[in-house]
Design a protein around this ligand. Structure first.
Ligand SMILES: [Zn+2]
Length: 617
């Protein structure tokens, strides 16, 4: 049946997918950070001051606040360390000879981040460290609509690079500084989110960041934020053709990042710093270690980064910042505000692939910013979905199904018996395998399969409306569902609940095909618990093709014909509770060559065997 799939996939995607080109949103807290830090590049210790103006836009009075102190996770005996020692399939990057790398960190190699003093509007407050969280009892409550200023001095030590952040990465990047400062926890309509840092992920409050970083003048710094003093700094930031003279042993870099929920920087004395100007787009910055084996890949990456930026801006929504930086560092790929840290010693395709994925997060994690600890599939999954489409276009992969890998992964998870509902907290999956497939693959399928349900054009319209309506609002699962409902006119609660809150699977089959006078009686069966509408392709022995559409009753609507070149018959709705469904083809059995459920294969039917009927030769 392969030829049928190919044929229809082309028709399907030709139809415009690539070309079309209480919610969470009632109030948002606001933070404005001013920070001044001094880094000792020999001891990897740093001292800082932080002034945080916190605006309480919630309807609640707040008596205490929480900060994240992420670097405390990189200490022997931390929750992250103990989890690593107990999970069945620990992250390989964090292990050495079968043991947790955190467990063996010495005093000078571990990470820490401690508040030394803290005041609220000038009055000192009591605070207590609980692992990676600082609990602060306020001197006076912040009333609804009120504002307060929290001033802190802090000290930190950058851990050896073990996960995401740290010093001396495997590729020799000196400083990958993510999650490095005391970061106020998010308070939203669900309450506080003082999530211990065990493995993943991040959630934050938007605000304006003003950050001054002082360090050895030989180091080049890149990351979030616009450099305010390029003519004092140089390092490739200066106006082309000008010369910058510096005095002293250190430089103080002054960055501003407006309306972000995170601030990352990386520094290395051997970075090459290139900039790439996009027409009608942000300025792109690239920071990578001088390495003759990979320099060409990093040069060729630059126009591809511009293409990806244009792709996402056209297909999701306009990128709202004037800068994006691709920085070599970290331990794989991780998204940050206006930037990413990626490992750089990669083949070209892999380098483009990781850049595309991390850049796509700018839309889903940095501008929409779902809480990725609770709804990881809305971040990693949607990012995977849109980056698969982007790769297919900018790398000219021309895959018939750019999401094939996600479906394969999902089926493997179902067969493993380890699947958990997607509503599971990101830290509390029993295996990293189940987390990964659920967040990335099953999360991506949420959208590709939604396209099957409501139609591809409506899917792209949904994504764009979702971005427009919920940017800077931390959307929750119901928000994407409601958007799809508004765009499609269908009721989709069944889809959200079954797909994301249960491990129900989809299995429809062709039970029997029998002669019925001049026609052919087809009996379908629903074996899985999860409901779906069905597209059915019928191929005659004379080569004719037509489709039948069985809407699901509980969606109270119909999609447009996904195969406009083929005649489509819309059949009666299938009410979910009925295990079987019959319809008649206006074609004698002798003329039927094949019948196939969902030729697009975007419906994640866990048993494809019973989806096809083929006449005996
Ligand atoms: Zn990701």
């Amino acid at each position: 049946m392969k030829y049928l799939k190919s044929l229809l996939f082309t028709a399907f995607f030709g139809a415009g997918l690539l070309l079309s080109a209480q919610t969470s949103g009632d109030w948002q807290q606001h933070v404005d950070y001013s920070m001044d830090v001094e880094m000792d590049v020999k001891t990897y210790q740093y001292q800082g001051t932080q002034k945080l103006v916190y605006t309480n836009n919630s309807p609640d009075q707040l008596d205490r606040v929480f900060y994240h102190l992420y670097y405390n996770a990189f200490q022997p005996g931390s929750e992250m360390d103990i989890r690593l020692q107990n999970i069945k399939d620990p992250d390989k990057r964090m292990m050495q000879d079968g043991k947790s790398r955190i467990a063996s960190l010495s005093e000078s190699e571990m990470g820490y981040l401690h508040a030394k003093s803290l005041t609220q509007d000038g009055q000192s407050v009591t605070f207590k460290e609980e692992g990676t969280i600082l609990v602060v009892d306020l001197a006076k409550p912040i009333p609804a609509g009120g504002k307060t200023t929290l001033e802190m001095t802090f000290e930190g030590q950058v851990p050896l690079q073990i996960r995401r952040s740290g010093r001396n990465s495997s590729e020799g990047v000196a400083l990958s500084m993510s999650q490095w400062y005391p970061k106020l926890s998010e308070y939203d309509f669900e309450g506080w989110h003082p999530n211990p840092y065990i493995a993943r992920e991040f959630h934050g409050v938007w605000g304006d960041f003003d950050v001054k970083i002082t360090l050895d003048k030989d180091y080049t710094v890149g990351g979030s934020g616009y450099l305010q003093n390029p003519q004092e700094i140089g390092h490739g930031y200066e106006t082309p053709g000008t010369k910058v003279k510096t005095k002293g042993k250190t430089l103080t870099w002054h960055f501003k990042a407006p309306n972000v929920h995170d601030f990352m920087w990386a520094a290395d004395p051997e970075y090459i710093h290139d900039t790439y100007e996009m027409e009608d787009g942000p300025t792109l910055h690239f920071f990578y270690k001088d390495n003759p084996e990979f320099n060409e890949n990093w040069k060729n990456l630059q126009p591809k980064t511009a293409e990806a930026m244009a792709f996402f801006s056209n297909n999701v929504g306009k990128y709202p910042y004037e800068q994006y930086s691709v920085v070599q560092g970290g331990d794989g790929g991780m998204e940050y505000a206006m930037s990413t840290l990626i490992t750089g010693e990669r083949q070209f395709g892999s380098l483009v692939g990781v850049m595309v994925h991390e850049m796509a997060h700018s839309w889903f994690q940095h501008v929409l910013a779902t809480n990725e600890s609770e709804h990881e599939w809305m971040d990693e999954g949607f990012t995977s979905f849109i980056s698969s489409l982007c790769m297919n276009q900018i790398m000219e992969q021309n895959k018939q199904n750019p999401f094939e890998g996600s479906y394969r992964g999902y089926y493997a998870l179902v067969n493993s018996g380890l699947e958990m509902p997607q509503s599971t907290h990101a830290d509390r999956y029993p295996t990293n395998f189940a987390y990964g497939v659920s967040a990335y693959s099953k999360g991506s399928i949420f959208l590709s399969q939604l396209g099957y349900i409501i139609g591809q054009d409506k899917l792209m319209e949904t994504i764009q409306k979702y971005f427009e309506d919920f940017k800077f609002k931390h959307p929750v699962p119901n928000d994407i569902k409601r958007t799809a409902e508004k765009v499609s006119g269908m009721e989709l609660n069944w889809y959200l609940t079954d797909w994301t809150q249960t491990t129900n699977t989809i299995d429809y089959g062709i039970k029997s095909v029998e002669a019925n006078g001049e026609g052919t009686k087809v009996t379908m069966e629903r074996i899985g618990e999860m409901p779906m509408p069905l597209d059915i392709l019928v191929v005659g022995k004379d080569g004719t093709q037509k489709t039948y559409y069985v809407p699901l009753r509980m969606m109270y609507g119909e999609k447009d014909n996904p195969y406009p070149n083929l005649e489509r018959t819309v059949l009666e709705d299938w009410p979910w509770a009925y295990p079987t469904y019959e319809f008649t083809l206006d074609m004698p059995l002798d003329n039927v060559q094949a019948i196939m459920i969902d030729p697009s294969q975007l419906m994640a039917d866990v048993n494809g065997e019973n989806n096809v009927y083929q006449a005996e030769e």
